[in-house]
Write a protein that binds this ligand. Structure first.
Ligand code: GAL
Length: 354
């Protein structure tokens, strides 16, 4: 009985990724009486088509299955995709509260606009775990039942800068021999903490390590491969083989840069060095194939597990007992550098790659 219900719940979650245009996610859920033997977790994503978050949620689903198979309370997950619209997400939060969710996991559309969600949750007394899109600390301090799970963007930028320096030194990256590295920055979203901090720190770290940089341009591609490919095509048209390095805020955009080089028939030896961040399934494959020099592992499985453990604890006990939180609020997972030398460990170990 438990297993069947659990499968239905997982089906509800997976339908988010399978169906197009799902503004209201799996809203057809029929609430049942809440008893101490059942818990309900509400999740809303800023964009149901984001690759990294898709992999994170696959891991989250696995965590739900694993916990459910140990017995304990029956776990239901209500999952929504907000289609990059904060007003839609606010409505989804109201709906999750009306559906009697015990805890909410919110991947904000606009990380500067969490107040309405916080107000709804506080009036209903339901804790909120924000994840991946980090709100400012003042907002997280608005109520003692607010938490954040993510990673330290500063660390990812620094590691990407270090990988870029290794690549330049080991692969004769200064192709035109002018003593500087001509580069393009492909940025995530305007105003996103990871985009701002990664862009700044990867370049700064390279300069700290003694590399002279010459920025040819930057393009905002919203974490998206197709948008990055379009931007990169424009840069190739403008600068051709002068581009020696592409620093992309995530793997999807690095893959877009690779696709542009391929579509313009640039021979491999003449392509810029390209670096991403995330270590998604396709990102890891591009590193293995030698098309991307390296990436920085954004631990989707670790973040999913941390979020699930915290949500479970809050929903079952109303406490955070046994969970390590920085300042009583934060869980941040470490990033790791990935190159061809260690990529197989990540491909093997990656739960999202299964
Ligand atoms: C970043 C991740 C990106 C994208 C973004 C969405 O941490 O590197 O690929 O998923 O989050 O907020």
């Amino acid at each position: 009985m438990k297993k069947t219900l659990c499968c239905e719940n997982i089906h509800r979650m997976l339908c988010l990724f399978a169906a197009a245009g799902m503004m209201t996610g799996c809203a057809a859920y029929t609430p049942v009486d809440k008893t101490p033997s059942k818990i309900r977790i509400g999740v809303t994503l800023y964009d149901e088509y984001d690759t990294f978050l898709g992999e994170l949620m696959q891991c989250f689903n696995q965590d739900v299955f694993a916990k459910q198979s140990e017995g304990g309370p029956e776990i239901t997950v209500n999952m929504y995709g907000a289609s990059r619209n904060q007003a839609i997400q606010n409505d989804q939060v109201k709906e999750m509260i009306n559906n009697d969710c015990d805890v909410l996991c919110v991947n904000l559309v606009d990380r500067t606009a969490p107040t309405e969600i916080i107000d709804f949750a506080r009036s209903a007394g339901i804790p909120v775990i924000f994840f991946n899109r980090e709100l400012v600390e003042e907002d997280l301090l608005q109520w003692d039942q607010l938490y954040y799970v993510g990673a330290d963007a500063f660390q990812s930028g620094t590691m990407q800068g270090e990988l870029a320096v290794d690549a330049i030194r080991s692969q004769n990256g200064d192709k035109n021999g002018d003593g500087s590295i001509q580069y393009i920055m492909l940025e995530g979203e305007a105003g996103h903490q990871d985009a701002i901090v990664r862009s700044e720190n990867s370049a700064n770290r390279m300069v700290e390590l003694g590399v002279k940089l010459d920025k040819l341009g930057y393009g905002i591609a919203n974490w998206n491969q197709a948008q990055a490919e379009t931007k990169m095509n424009q840069f190739i048209d403008q600068y051709g083989s002068d581009i020696e390095l592409v620093l992309a805020n995530n793997d999807e955009m690095a893959l877009g840069a690779i696709a542009a080089c391929k579509s313009q028939n640039i021979p491999e030896k003449d392509r810029p060095i390209i670096l991403g961040i995330d270590g998604t399934k396709t990102g890891l494959q591009a590193v293995k194939d030698g098309e991307m020099y390296g990436t920085v592992f954004n631990d989707s499985a670790g973040q999913a597990q941390a979020m699930f453990d915290l949500a479970y604890q809050l929903a079952t006990t109303g406490t955070t007992d046994g969970i390590t939180l920085k300042d009583g609020k934060y869980i941040r997972l470490d990033y790791q550098k990935i190159t061809r030398d260690n990529v197989d460990d990540f491909i093997k170990g990656s739960r999202s790659a299964q």
